[in-house]
Design a protein around this ligand. Structure first.
Ligand SMILES: Nc1ncnc2c1ncn2[C@@H]1O[C@H](COP(=O)(O)OS(=O)(=O)O)[C@@H](OP(=O)(O)O)[C@H]1O
Ligand SMILES: Nc1ncnc2c1ncn2[C@@H]1O[C@H](COP(=O)(O)OP(=O)(O)O)[C@@H](O)[C@H]1O
Length: 612
């Protein structure tokens, strides 16, 4: 735990004693330079104050830093033998929401100050709501100025109970209450003798011990490409690499990865950490660079992930947004540039669902715009697919900013709720006939492989044999579906995904009716094949994935349709295996190679194998 970094956000109004508290933490943990300290003591003494006014320290520093900074969040650093700390101090004045959203979005813990005399105020509720919206895992409520209420346990408990009653409505993770006097130092760094009824740790002890390791998302490996490093012979580092920040999980040398949105698969060859140190493993939130085993086309804004754990790749997102701009308002139909991870795209506000009153949590569904500091739920439509997770799952890959293209100003920060949910007014209609009552039990046999790998030949043979044996069977061939159901789709990655999705849905309907469905579709993407399986399994239908593992060279030599020749000549583009990816199945139920013989031989073996 030693040396682990804790990011702290503070919230409170000017009078709550926030600056004094921060000053006290710095002062008592001996992180203030002596000369600065003396100056403060002199000023305080000249004012006749009994205690050194520590707010002078942070306020002074802030004033210096603020020049030219539009969003004024001051960061203070200090450390103890246990931990390192960064405090983002967002001023409590009118810009509170914007500042807090900016300063607190990466915080592990938020400190909310309550004046013991005043109790829970509207702004306390607002700060608690923002902390919960920002997904800050730990919330520490410091009931300050306890010296002014005679260190009363009763008053402390009254405030605590009131806050707990309110926060029950919010998604607050870990909640801690500490009675303090920032001015006199009670329960800040050392235990208060005046409040022996309080049995918990003082604030600093709490900050040193709060358990944060399990807050990080260690499961979803995410690496957004920030820069492409090109080979430069002069510096000896003659390689192509990708630099960025690990936004979740961990990556090791040798890991299988895919680059999104292209879907090209490869492995990690080398990793470097800060200062060019070579690593065997890198994890969030390290800034690293990565070299891959294959020269694949990756650009800034792409994301490197594991094949079996991918973010959403979608053009439509549903999000909570905080509007930052003083000079403009957010209205549906307006377009902005979105920066989501390292990816930049053009988006249009496709809908404003409601504006949220942060004080009452009331949702105004009649709202038609968002003004400065207002928060709303909306949908965005991007011109290119975005790569994202839900904010509550990953704060790094689930957040974004909106930029005004005309002024280049950041006008909003957003937290992604998820991809846009489809029409929720549609209810599943159950029918009266159960699968058991039908004469035949259906299933889907899904053939995947390169063009020319033998999918259609095998599927035709399977269908012929099944029908001959009296089993209803039906062939869904990619080429044929593209003449009708999928006539609107081309061969872009997105269109192929939609092609696979539709075909999987139709296959599941046929299978549900009792037919054995033979699907013959290149279906180049692992995630969509997996989705096809899930669509079947959700309905209790057997799904068998058959991978026609015919080498590209062999498919190209066959070239029954002359398409490879055309693709090589550049007459057709996005051709699978040539300039469009094919992700080899990781979990196929059956793998067929040319050595297995004719389609008739293979069909017979498969039917035997499946007991059909
Ligand atoms: N650019 C490009 N890439 C791949 N295939 C192409 C392309 N253009 C046309 N064709 C022909 O379309 C057939 C593939 O369609 P699918 O629906 O199976 O493809 S996919 O699953 O959506 O990737 C495929 O049929 P098969 O050869 O039977 O696989 C091709 O004949
Ligand atoms: N097992 C096999 N051995 C040799 N050639 C085959 C085999 N299966 C298919 N072929 C031939 O390969 C070509 C492409 O087959 P096809 O079934 O149309 O593939 P796909 O549907 O995957 O594009 C055809 O000329 C076909 O006769």
């Amino acid at each position: 735990m030693a040396g682990e970094l804790l990011r702290i956000a503070t919230a409170g109004s000017v009078d709550d004693g926030k600056s004094t508290l921060i000053g006290r933490l710095l002062y008592d943990s001996k992180s203030i330079f002596t000369d600065q300290l003396e100056a403060i003591e002199r000023t305080s003494a000249s004012r006749g104050d009994e205690f050194a006014d520590l707010s002078l320290l942070t306020d002074g520093l802030r004033a210096e830093r603020e020049q030219g900074i539009t969003i004024d969040v001051a960061y203070r650093y200090f450390s103890t033998p246990e931990r390192k700390f960064i405090i983002a101090d967002s001023p409590g004045h009118v810009q509170y929401t914007r500042n807090m959203v900016t300063g607190a979005s990466t915080a592990d813990l938020a400190i909310i100050l309550i004046d013991a005399r005043k109790g829970v105020l509207e702004q306390t509720r607002r700060h608690a709501f923002l902390s919960s919206l920002l997904g800050i895992p730990h919330l520490t409520i410091c009931v300050n100025k306890m010296d002014l209420v005679d260190f009363s346990q009763e008053r402390f408990e009254e405030i605590r109970d009131e806050f707990v009653a309110f926060s029950a409505k919010l998604a607050v993770g870990d909640l801690t209450f500490i009675p303090i006097s920032a001015l006199q130092g009670d329960n800040v760094v050392t235990r208060s003798e005046a409040m022996d009824w309080y049995e918990g740790r003082p604030l600093l002890g709490h900050l040193e011990n709060v358990y944060i390791s399990s807050d990080r998302n260690l499961i979803d490996a995410r690496f957004g490409v920030q820069y492409v490093i090109r080979p430069q012979r002069s510096d000896g580092l003659d390689h192509r690499g990708y630099a960025g920040t690990v936004g979740g999980g961990a990556f090791s040398v040798g890991d299988k990865v895919v680059a999104l949105p292209s879907g090209f698969g490869t492995t990690i060859k080398r990793l470097w950490g800060p200062g060019g140190r070579e690593l065997t493993e890198a994890f969030a939130p390290m800034a690293i660079s990565m070299e891959l085993s294959d020269e694949i086309d990756i650009v800034r804004g792409d994301m490197i992930v594991r094949p079996n754990n991918r973010p959403y790749v979608d053009r439509d997102v549903d999000a909570m947004v905080c509007w930052f701009s003083e000079s403009s308002t957010l209205t549906p139909g307006a377009s902005y540039s979105i920066l989501c991870g390292t990816r930049q795209a053009r988006v249009t506000v496709s809908g404003l669902k409601y504006r949220l009153d942060v004080n009452t949590l009331h949702r105004d569904e009649q709202a038609t715009s968002l003004q400065l500091n207002e928060i709303g739920r909306l949908t965005l439509h991007a011109q290119q697919p975005l790569l994202f997770d839900e904010y509550r799952r990953n704060r790094h890959t689930g957040s974004f900013i909106l930029i005004d293209e005309a002024t280049n100003a950041t006008v909003a920060a957003g937290m992604i709720t998820g991809p846009v949910a489809h029409d929720t007014n549609v209810v599943w209609q159950d029918t009266k006939v159960t699968r058991e009552q039908r004469a035949y039990r259906g299933a889907t046999i899904w053939m995947t492989g390169l063009s020319g790998s033998g999918k259609s030949s095998l599927a035709i043979e399977l269908e012929r044999r099944l029908v001959a044996s009296g089993q209803p069977a039906y062939l869904l061939d990619g080429d044929n579906l593209r003449h009708g159901l999928n006539a609107d789709l081309g061969f872009s990655d997105d269109d192929r995904r939609e092609n696979i999705r539709r075909t999987a849905e139709v296959a599941a309907l046929f299978a549900d009716s009792g037919a054995v469905v033979l699907v013959s579709l290149i279906s180049p993407f692992e995630q969509e094949r997996q989705r096809a399986r899930e669509i079947h399994e959700a309905k209790g239908l057997p799904f068998h994935e058959v991978f026609l593992d015919t080498p590209l060279a062999e498919c190209e030599a066959r070239d029954a349709k002359g398409l490879y020749a055309k693709a090589r000549a550049g007459e057709i583009t996005q051709f699978t295996g040539i300039d469009s990816p094919y992700e080899r199945p990781e979990n196929a139920d059956i793998v067929v190679t040319p050595a297995d013989g004719t389609p008739a031989d293979t069909a017979a073996a498969i039917l035997r194998n499946l007991g059909l």
